[in-house]
Design a protein around this ligand. Structure first.
Ligand code: LLP
Length: 447
């Protein structure tokens, strides 16, 4: 496993993160445990801030969908980033964390009336409108509230980024955004410009996730600016800001070759500037919405090894106390991860094993074929790069409680999400009285 962020192996041969011994973390807080490396998370925020905001006067929005908790909101706010939220729940979390609402951008392809009302009430910075239905609904709600809604329109530029099928979003056949190519985008822009309670500030696109080919972004910029030139010709309007979404790929395994953020900024922003000038447009502010590349590498999940099942000549299954409940990505996207034994991190002798989760699903395999020092029950397995789309996509399948999360830094570990209890699992369950009655009657009858 590649050591990232503040990871190191201490003289006990244990993995350390944020100068905390992960074996001690597992003992103190139990497993499975999400460990967030605060320094690394902040460093990732800063790389974006420096590259886009300091160098080019752009805006960086942290994509909350990758990982959002109250503590994470505080850090993101402190680091000067803005926030991309996609639901009432994410918005509410930001509000509760007292995140500056003017720095919140509200996304989503099917926002409800209640969500839009909440966004207007909280006075979020922008609403990124995805479709005509939403545009008209928002115009009405803003009118009722006596305000002007500042919006960006999400467009589908028809750019295909090379990534997993399920996480490609910029192509034309997509549930997200408004298609440029067939004229629908032009039509909706004209409509937005004519609406009384709508102020159109800019355009948005997002071409996918876990992207390594930087040319995909410049290609998106070409399409967006060529279209903007047409819009300008037809309407006289031009965007003050242009948002290119998220998507920067990260290192999960040696097959992944992430690019430095500065390279991304140095390709995208000058491309937008040059293209704008060549079309005689004023240069829009460039916005980006990274999520995975900020939170992903900063997270590690600790598990305890349980049953080890050897099928000679076939495979050795090493089962851990978590799995698809806390990390559904391998089951959903065939995502690959690296891992090591945190309590024997320096050990060289290795054998090939596969890591199984504990859910009642054959597909609940965290890692197929990984070399580890012969795992035995009680070992602590650390899986790296689990900071994005793990906790946020976690679930209670098989009524497994969600793990706790600790934020580690300089030898201090703070719990930022408590472990779910069995009582949390039944918190929303109700038993109608008549069922209770029946149990009593049947029990009585049996007796
Ligand atoms: N902006 C928009 C409009 C998005 O749809 C997304 C991700 C982002 C920003 C952040 O993209 P990032 O920088 O994290 O790549 N659950 C999948 C990924 C789904 C991506 C959804 N949209 C996974 O676990 O791989």
């Amino acid at each position: 496993m590649k050591l990232q962020g503040t990871m190191q192996i201490n003289d006990k041969g244990h993995l350390e993160i944020g100068s905390c011994d992960t074996v001690e973390l597992a003992e103190s807080f139990g497993t499975p445990l999400y460990v967030m490396d605060e320094q690394y998370f902040r460093q990732n925020c800063r790389s974006y801030y420096r590259a886009f905001t300091e160098k080019y006067d752009g805006v960086v929005l942290y994509a909350a969908k990758t990982l959002l908790t109250l503590a994470i909101c505080h850090i993101v706010a402190e680091e000067g980033l803005s926030l991309d939220v996609v639901s009432g729940g994410e918005l509410y979390t930001a509000k509760k964390a007292r995140f500056p609402m003017e720095r919140v951008y509200f996304h989503g392809n099917n926002k409800s009336v209640a969500e839009l009302k909440l966004a207007l009430e909280y006075k979020v910075g922008r609403i990124i409108v995805d479709n005509r239905h939403e545009l008209l609904m928002l115009n009405r709600l803003a009118g009722e509230a006596g305000v002007q809604a500042k919006i960006m329109l999400r467009l589908t530029p028809g750019v295909e980024a090379h990534t997993h099928e399920y996480i490609k979003t910029g192509q034309i056949d997509s549930k997200f955004g408004i298609v440029i190519e067939n004229g629908q985008a032009m039509e909706i822009i004209k409509q937005a410009l004519a609406l009384e309670n709508i102020q159109l500030t800019g355009l948005h696109c997002h071409i996918g996730s876990q992207i390594f080919e930087m040319q995909s972004y410049t290609h998106a910029a070409e399409v967006m600016l060529a279209f903007t030139a047409l819009v300008h010709q037809e309407t006289g309007w031009q965007p003050e800001e242009m948002n290119f979404g998220g998507g920067m790929g990260i290192y999960y395994t040696s097959a992944d070759k992430p690019q430095p953020v500065i390279k991304y900024a140095d390709m995208l922003v000058p491309a937008v500037q040059t293209l704008s000038k060549s079309y005689g447009l004023s240069v829009p502010k460039v916005l980006v919405e990274p999520g995975r590349s900020i939170s992903g590498p900063a997270g590690t999940t600790l598990y305890t090894v349980g049953a080890v099942k050897d099928i000679p000549g076939i495979r050795k299954y090493v089962a851990v106390d978590g799995g698809m409940g806390d990390n559904p990505r391998p089951a959903l996207y065939q995502a690959r991860y690296e891992a090591l034994l945190a309590n024997r991190a320096a050990q060289q002798q290795k054998e090939m094993v596969s890591i199984a989760g504990k859910c009642c699903e054959s597909g609940d395999m965290l890692i197929w074929d990984i070399e580890l020092p012969a795992p035995v029950p009680g070992d602590i397995l650390a899986v790296s790069a689990t900071g994005a789309y793990n906790y946020s996509m976690s679930m209670n399948y098989n009524r497994l409680p969600r793990p706790a999360m600790v934020l580690v830094r300089d030898g201090v570990a703070d719990i930022i999400v408590t472990r779910e209890t069995y009582d949390d699992l039944i918190r929303n369950d109700l038993v109608p009285e008549r069922l209770d009655d029946r149990v009593v009657r049947i029990a009585g009858a049996v007796r």
